[in-house]
Design a protein. Structure first.
Lengths: 490, 220
C-alpha cells in the first residue's frame, strides 16, 4: 500500500501548488462566483486522482509498448524498415489525436471550407510521421541532435518567412495539439527503447529528442501546405465558453465527450500493440495482461484528469484572466509568472519525462533539477505572453526568433543529453493543463484588453511554453558543465 | 597480489527510489569515504497491488566500502534513519572484501595473503570510474588477460565532489565494471587498470576485488 500512498502524495504535491495559488487569488484580488469556485475544487480533486491513475497506467501500459516497439524496430537494423515503421507509427498515433481533430474542424470553419478538416489531419499526421521516422533513423546513424534541430528549425524559419500570421499560429497550435498526454509518453518510450537496444556510446543521450523532433513535424507540414495552396487569409475566433450552471452539470456534460476522446486516443495504440504482439513481441500472458491493464488505467486516469481540467480549471482560468486584466492590468505579468511557475508541475507528461531522465542517468540528473528549470522557463513564457497582450507593439516573433536562435546556439555548448531533454521538454510542457488553463487565462486577458487579438495571442502562449524550456533546460546543462569542469580543475 | 591486513567490508543497502541521496548524506556524516548507487526494480508483495497489475517498484541500490570498525555504526545509523527493521523499508547487508584501492590514498592497505586460506579459481574485480572511461577499463583489462566485463550504470558521491545546484548536490554519473578473472591474473588486470586510469590519484576511481566461490559460463 505504501506505493499507492507515495504516488498519491507525489501527485498531490504536483497539483496542489496551482490549486493553492488559485484559491489565494480567489480570496484576495479576484473572487469568482461560489459555484464556479466549488467546481474548481472538485476539478482539482479529479485532476489529482486522474493524474495518479494515469501515471500508473503510463508506467504499466504506454511506456512498455513504446519500449517494445522501439526495441523491435532497432532489431530490424535496416534503414528503410526503421524509417518506414517510424513514419507509420507517427502517422497513426497522430491522426487519432482528438485535440488535432478539434483544431482541424476549427480551421475548416474559420476558412469557410477552403481548408478541409481531413486535409489538415492528413498533412499534420504526415509531418509527425516523417519526423518520427527521421528521429529513429537519427538514433540508428547516431547523428548529433543539435545538427538535426539546426536543419529542421532553419527550414521552418525559411518557410515561416513565406507563411501568413494566421497559419503561423495554426502551425504552432497543431504542434501543441499533437504532443498530447498520450502520444508524448509513447514517443518518449519509443526513442528510449530504440536507443537502449542499439546501445553504443551515445545511447543515453539518444534516448531523448524524439518528442522535440515530432513536435516540429506539424509546424513545417502546415506551413508547406499553406504555401502550396496559396492560403493566407482566414478569419478566426476563439470558441466562446458556454455559460455553465450548477455545480455538477458541467461535469456531466464534459464527461462523455472527454471519455470518447480518450478512447480515440488510445485506440490506435491498443490496435498497434495487439498487431505487434501477434507478429513480433509474443508476450507471455502475464505481461500482456499487465500492459492491457495499464492501457485501461491510462484511459480512466486521462478521462478523470481531462474532465477535471475542462470542467473545473478552464472557466476559472478565463474568468481570472479577464478580471485581472480589467481591474489590475499591471498585475497581469506577475500573476502570469506565478501561474507559469506552478502549472507545469501538474502536466502529466512532465512526470513521465523526468522519470525517464532519472532512469537513463541513474539518478544523476534529478527530477528536481528539471522541474526547477522548467518552472522558471514556463513562468517567463506566461509572463512575457501577458506583456505581449498588454503592449500592442510587442509581437510573438520578437520572443520566438531570439528564443529559438538561442536554443540552437546553446545546443552546441551543452552536454548532448541536455539538448534532447530540452527539446523534448518543449513538447512535454505544452500539455493538456497548459493548453486549457493557461490558454484560457490568456484568452480571458486578451478579451479584456481592447488592443489584443484573442486568437493570435492565445496561440502565442502555447508557442512560448514550447520555446522557453529549450533555453531553460539547456542553461541548466551549461551550469552542469561548468560545475563539473570546476571539479576537474581542483 | 596486494592483500588487506585490516578488514574492509562492502556495505550494501537497497531502498525505495528517492531515498538514495539521503543515504549518501548519511554515509558522509558517519564518515564513509564515497559511495555508489545504481537503479533497479524490486518485487511487490501486496496482493491488492498485484491485482491492480503493479508488479514492481523502482529501487536504489547503494554500496560503499567501509572499515570493519564502522560496520556496526553503519547498521545502527542506517537502521535508525530508514527504519529497516520494519517490513518493506529496505534491506542492508555487508560482505568481506579481498582487496581495495581506496579513494583516499593514505589509507591504502597492503597485506600478504594469509597462510592456509582457501584459494579459489576466480575473483570478481569491481572498477568504479567516471562515466565514459569504461572503454579504457575494458581495454586495459583485456590487455592483461581478462576475457570481458559487464558495465552497470550508476551515480556516485565522492569526497571530492561537492558541487551544488538549487541547493541540491550534483552526484556525478559513474560506471561500475564487473570483471571475473582467474585468480592468478587478477593482480595483472588490477595493475593494468590502475595504470591506465591513474587510479593512484584521489577521485579518479576505485577498484576492489572479492572472492568468488563458484562460476559457470566463463570460458577462455
Amino acid at each position: 500500500m505504501d506505493i499507492l500512498l507515495k504516488q498519491l502524495r507525489d501527485v498531490s504535491l504536483s497539483v496542489l501548488p496551482i490549486t493553492i495559488l488559485v484559491i489565494i487569488l480567489n480570496f484576495t484580488i479576484i473572487p469568482v462566483e461560489s459555484q464556479m469556485f466549488i467546481r474548481f475544487l472538485i476539478g482539482a480533486f479529479l485532476v489529482i486522482i486522474g493524474l495518479g491513475i494515469f501515471l500508473f497506467g503510463a508506467h504499466l501500459g504506454i511506456t512498455p509498448i513504446g519500449n517494445l516497439m522501439g526495441e523491435t524496430i532497432a532489431k530490424t537494423n535496416r534503414p528503410y524498415l526503421v524509417g518506414g515503421l517510424g513514419f507509420l507509427l507517427g502517422f497513426l498515433i497522430t491522426i487519432a489525436e482528438p485535440d488535432l481533430q478539434i483544431l482541424a474542424q476549427q480551421v475548416n470553419l474559420a476558412s469557410g471550407g477552403i481548408v478541409p478538416g481531413t486535409l489538415i489531419l492528413i498533412v499534420v499526421s504526415i509531418g509527425v510521421g516523417i519526423m518520427v521516422g527521421i528521429g529513429l533513423l537519427r538514433i540508428l546513424y547516431e547523428t548529433p541532435l543539435n545538427k538535426v534541430f539546426t536543419l529542421v528549425y532553419f527550414i521552418i524559419f525559411i518557410l515561416g518567412l513565406k507563411t501568413s500570421q494566421e497559419f503561423l499560429a495554426i502551425s504552432v497550435d497543431a504542434s501543441g495539439a499533437t504532443t498530447g498526454a498520450m502520444t508524448t509518453p509513447f514517443i518518449l518510450a519509443l526513442g528510449y527503447g530504440m536507443s537502449q537496444l542499439k546501445g553504443g556510446k551515445t545511447s543515453d543521450e539518444d534516448s531523448f529528442g524524439m518528442v522535440g523532433l515530432a513536435s516540429a513535424g506539424p509546424i513545417f507540414a502546415i506551413m508547406i501546405m499553406s504555401i502550396i495552396r496559396g492560403l493566407t487569409n482566414i478569419q478566426g475566433e476563439a470558441a466562446d465558453l458556454a455559460v455553465n450552471l450548477g455545480i455538477l452539470n458541467p461535469y456531466l456534460i464534459t464527461l462523455p465527450r472527454v471519455a470518447r476522446e480518450a478512447v480515440f486516443t488510445l485506440l490506435p495504440l491498443l490496435i498497434l500493440f495487439l498487431i505487434f504482439d501477434k507478429v513480433r513481441f509474443k508476450l507471455n500472458k502475464r505481461s500482456k495482461k499487465s500492459i492491457l491493464k495499464g492501457l485501461l488505467y491510462t484511459f480512466i486516469g486521462l478521462t478523470l484528469f481531462l474532465v477535471g481540467v475542462n470542467a473545473g480549471f478552464m472557466e476559472v482560468g478565463m474568468v481570472m484572466g479577464e478580471g485581472i486584466a480589467r481591474n489590475y492590468t499591471w498585475l497581469l505579468p506577475i500573476i502570469g509568472f506565478l501561474l507559469g511557475l506552478v502549472v507545469v508541475l501538474a502536466e502529466p507528461a512532465v512526470h513521465v519525462l523526468t522519470e525517464q531522465v532519472e532512469d537513463v542517468t541513474a539518478g544523476h540528473i534529478k527530477r528536481a533539477f528539471i522541474l526547477t528549470a522548467l518552472s522558471i522557463g514556463i513562468a517567463f513564457a506566461v509572463c512575457s505572453s501577458m506583456l505581449r497582450i498588454m503592449i500592442p507593439g510587442l509581437k510573438l516573433w520578437h520572443f520566438l526568433l531570439p528564443g529559438f536562435a538561442l536554443g540552437i546556439i546553446l545546443s552546441y555548448k551543452v552536454p548532448p543529453i541536455f539538448v534532447g531533454i530540452a527539446f523534448d521538454s518543449g513538447g512535454v510542457a505544452s500539455g493538456p493543463m497548459t493548453a486549457t488553463f493557461i490558454l484560457a487565462f490568456a484568452q480571458g486577458a486578451a478579451k479584456a484588453i481592447p488592443t489584443a487579438n484573442v486568437l493570435v495571442d492565445g496561440f502565442g502562449v502555447i508557442a512560448m511554453v514550447a520555446m522557453t524550456p529549450l533555453v531553460a533546460i539547456q542553461t541548466l546543462g551549461l551550469i552542469y558543465k561548468i560545475k563539473s569542469k570546476k571539479k576537474e580543475s581542483n | 597480489m596486494d592483500r588487506l591486513n585490516k578488514g574492509l567490508v562492502l556495505f550494501w543497502c537497497i531502498l525505495d527510489f528517492g531515498k538514495g541521496s539521503r543515504l549518501f548524506r548519511l554515509s558522509h556524516e558517519i564518515g564513509g569515504v564515497g559511495a555508489t548507487i545504481f537503479l533497479g526494480k524490486g518485487t511487490v508483495r501486496n496482493e491488492l497491488l498485484k491485482k491492480l497489475g503493479i508488479m514492481d517498484t523502482r529501487k536504489e541500490i547503494f554500496f560503499t566500502i567501509i572499515d570493519e570498525e564502522l560496520e556496526q555504526t553503519y547498521y545502527e545509523k542506517v537502521n535508525e534513519r530508514f527504519a529497516l527493521e520494519r517490513p518493506r523499508h529496505g534491506i542492508a547487508f555487508s560482505m568481506p572484501l579481498k582487496y581495495c584501492s581506496r579513494i583516499d590514498n593514505s589509507k591504502t592497505v597492503r597485506a600478504i595473503k594469509k597462510e592456509g586460506e582457501n584459494s579459489l579459481d576466480y575473483e570478481a574485480i569491481f572498477v568504479i570510474v567516471d562515466k565514459g572511461s569504461t572503454d579504457d577499463v575494458l581495454e586495459a583489462s583485456e590487455s592483461a588477460g581478462s576475457t570481458g566485463g559487464t558495465i552497470i550504470h550508476g551515480r556516485g558521491s565522492g569526497t571530492k565532489e561537492k558541487e551544488r545546484l538549487f541547493n541540491i548536490q550534483i552526484e556525478p554519473e559513474k560506471e561500475i565494471v564487473l570483471i571475473l578473472s582467474k585468480a592468478e591474473k587478477t593482480q595483472a588486470i588490477v595493475d593494468a587498470i590502475k595504470e591506465r586510469l591513474n587510479l593512484h590519484k584521489p577521485g579518479a576511481g576505485i577498484i576492489f576485488v572479492m572472492d568468488v566461490s563458484r562460476t559457470v559460463g566463463l570460458y577462455e
